[in-house]
Design a protein around this ligand. Structure first.
Ligand SMILES: [Cu+2]
Length: 236
């Protein structure tokens, strides 16, 4: 085969490869959440990613529905979006991580774009959440994506045994895994060391506080130093 023939053969092959990539891209560019798997009971930050517009139309906003198993949600602000929470009353009051009684929960988080997001670009949205302590459970976060033209409802949840890849617009999900320290075989040993661990955790927190204090003091020193310098200059 001479180089000319190779080139002639190569072009259609490359085109075919591109076509395959093009077809594969939409599945990986859905609205997704990372991590898609994380420890049950954890306090964590989930990142919702929006990979494309509504059939080419720019995205104007997304509404994320919180699974009812999550009561505590703190959305991270985003300079390109206005963010609001819609609340709903809890059937029964619950106690939050700070020991306060809460009577309502965040039902949805709405990000509204200040400037529509063009198709072909992506944005991410962070939610700080307290996950329920139910290993093995998969939580669905249905998302409504609104666009300049139309909307996409990422709300499909696979039926028992169905492959989520078969769905056209699957709701992003997070699967809760067994916490590392909840390993059954180590449960007894853990009980013994749990007091020590609790102490260790306290120490860690103390160390963090000291770290932050040192950092704050250093910052203050810089600021005061700057002021002193400025004053010195002015008085001289
Ligand atoms: Cu997609």
């Amino acid at each position: 085969m001479n180089t000319r023939t190779a080139a002639r053969l190569g072009a259609p092959l490359a085109a075919a490869a591109l076509l395959t990539l093009g077809l594969a891209a939409p599945a990986s560019a859905h609205v997704t959440i990372t991590p898609s798997e994380t420890e049950a009971g954890a306090s964590t930050v989930l990142t919702v990613s929006n990979g494309h517009g509504c059939e080419g139309s720019p995205t104007t906003g997304i509404t994320i529905q919180m699974p009812e198993q999550i009561n505590a949600v703190t959305p991270t602000r985003n300079p390109l979006y206005d963010v609001t929470k819609t609340m709903e009353k809890l059937p029964e009051p619950v106690t939050d991580a700070h020991g306060n009684e809460i009577t309502e929960r965040v039902a949805t988080v709405v990000y509204t774009a200040k400037t529509p997001l063009p198709d072909g670009y992506r944005d991410t949205f962070e939610l700080s959440v307290q996950l329920p302590d139910t290993p093995g459970e998969t939580l669905a976060f249905p998302v409504i994506q609104t666009c300049e033209k139309g909307e996409s409802a990422w709300v499909e949840v696979p039926a028992e045994g169905q492959d989520p890849d078969e769905l056209e617009r699957p709701a992003p999900t997070v699967t809760l895994t067994e916490a590392d320290d909840a390993d059954g075989s180590q449960a007894a040993a853990e009980e013994e060391t749990s007091v020590e661990e609790a102490d260790a955790t306290d120490d860690d927190v103390d160390r963090d506080v000291v770290g932050y204090a040192a950092f704050a003091a250093a910052l203050l020193g810089i600021v005061l130093g700057g002021i002193a310098l400025a004053r010195g200059r002015r008085s001289s």
